[in-house]
Design a protein around this ligand. Sequence first.
Ligand code: SF4
Ligand code: SF4
Ligand code: FES
Length: 260
Amino acid sequence: MSVKENNKNPAETTVKEKKQLAVKLIPVHIMGKRYEVPEGLTIMKAMEYAGYRFIRGCGCRGGTCGACGTVYRKPGDYKLQVALACQKTVEPDMYVAQIPFFPANRAEYKFTELTSAPEEVFRLYPELFRCVACNACTKACPQGIEVMDAISALKQGNITEAARLSFDCIQCGLCTSRCLGELAQYHMFQLARRIYGARILSRAEHLAEMVKAVEEGEYEEALEKLKGMNEEELKRAYQEREVEPVSAGEDWKPKDKRYL
Ligand code: SF4
Ligand code: SF4
Ligand code: FES
């Protein structure tokens, strides 16, 4: 570990430079090359600090898009580990490489022709049964998903359970990168959630009622009134609207129930 060198007269040091002086730098190896980067940065920011520019493999920077899969190894450890570059912070002497794209198998299908039969999933992803229950996928998942359990559910034909367990999947592909059986778990889970949402989950009756009400013009008058307001009137209408109290229970309803 080291600190950035600076031979300048301290009296001439600017506020910005003082901040830089206080930053401790640590060595990391990015794509096989050694750099010194500020301690506490995420892998993504450390790579940018080192001069890399993300034109792929970066999206939300907040751990939700799944675009920034990274593989790394710590010094003295033989084990390869995976993480999201926008979430994992750098550690001294870490070896890091970005996974730009993972060419995992994604089955082609016409969703409208699919039913909720488990055999549909078996037909599209026969490699499902190559799972050897090693649990490497679960250990790799940055979302804490019980990936192996979700795969087991699919093998047992339980699409509902697979959809439930994989609900938080962000499609990062890190599970696939570690899978002994060459499964593309996240594509299988996506199919399970689609089937669950469209074929298994019961229909929301209130949605159908609302669509009907919209089509019958129930909201036309109110919308026209809003469209006719100037900015001041709109602000007043917004400020005077009935707000749900913080302590309101599940059964709370506004006084004006015309548009519920
Ligand atoms: S299940 Fe796989 S693809 Fe989904 S978030 Fe976890 S590691 Fe990423
Ligand atoms: S990593 Fe692959 S083979 Fe191992 S438990 Fe997960 S799905 Fe099965
Ligand atoms: S950039 Fe979106 S999860 Fe990292």
